[in-house]
Design a binder for this molecule. Structure first.
Ligand code: SF4
Ligand code: SF4
Length: 165
């Protein structure tokens, strides 16, 4: 299906992901096993696979659906064709990340990780509770090492995002 848009040749990464989906015969077992599909109409693993197999690359990669899977693996365990759906979704997410299609919430997590080394800042109130609960004090964050790891995976783009703001 092309809806009149210009057809683009599939890139290698996307066609690799599609290769993992080719055994799918659209039975819908994944969708009926998926806890996320039960609560939102915005995600249906069978539909992501259908669009990918039809070559609707941009719709799949730039959409939010691929980010909604919670990696419960129900679908993978039940698929009669042994399609590893979570793995396929990770592949699609990697492509989306490389191309800058990241939902805002994940960009915010990335920026927080880059600037503070934590996804969520720990308040003084929570920190003061630790000894009462028998927990050791928080250790300092190795921010430099963490940033090196993020940069080695191309995630220094979160730093750039910060600089733009
Ligand atoms: S359960 Fe497997 S074969 Fe059935 S639609 Fe999902 S991926 Fe395709
Ligand atoms: S792994 Fe993802 S797609 Fe599969 S059932 Fe769980 S939430 Fe749904």
């Amino acid at each position: 299906m092309n809806h009149g848009k210009e057809e683009k040749p599939m890139d290698q990464a996307f066609s690799q992901a599609v290769t993992h989906m080719t055994p799918c015969y659209q039975c819908g077992t994944c969708a009926s096993s998926c806890p996320v599909a039960k609560i939102t109409e915005h995600f249906n693993p069978r539909e992501v696979i259908r669009l990918s197999l039809l070559g609707e690359r941009n719709e799949v990669i730039s959409g939010d659906a691929i980010w909604l899977c919670c990696s419960c693996y129900n679908c993978h365990e039940r698929c009669p064709q042994k399609v590893h759906i979570p793995h396929v979704l990770y592949m699609l997410r990697n492509i989306a990340l490389r191309e800058g299609h990241l939902p805002n919430i994940y960009s915010e997590f990335g920026s927080a990780l880059w600037s503070n080394g934590r996804l969520v800042n720990v308040s003084r109130f929570v920190e003061n509770k630790r000894p009462i609960l028998g927990l050791p004090p928080l250790q300092p964050i190795g921010l430099e090492a963490l940033r090196r790891i993020l940069a080695s995976k191309g995630l220094d783009k979160f730093q750039k995002k910060e600089e733009v703001q």
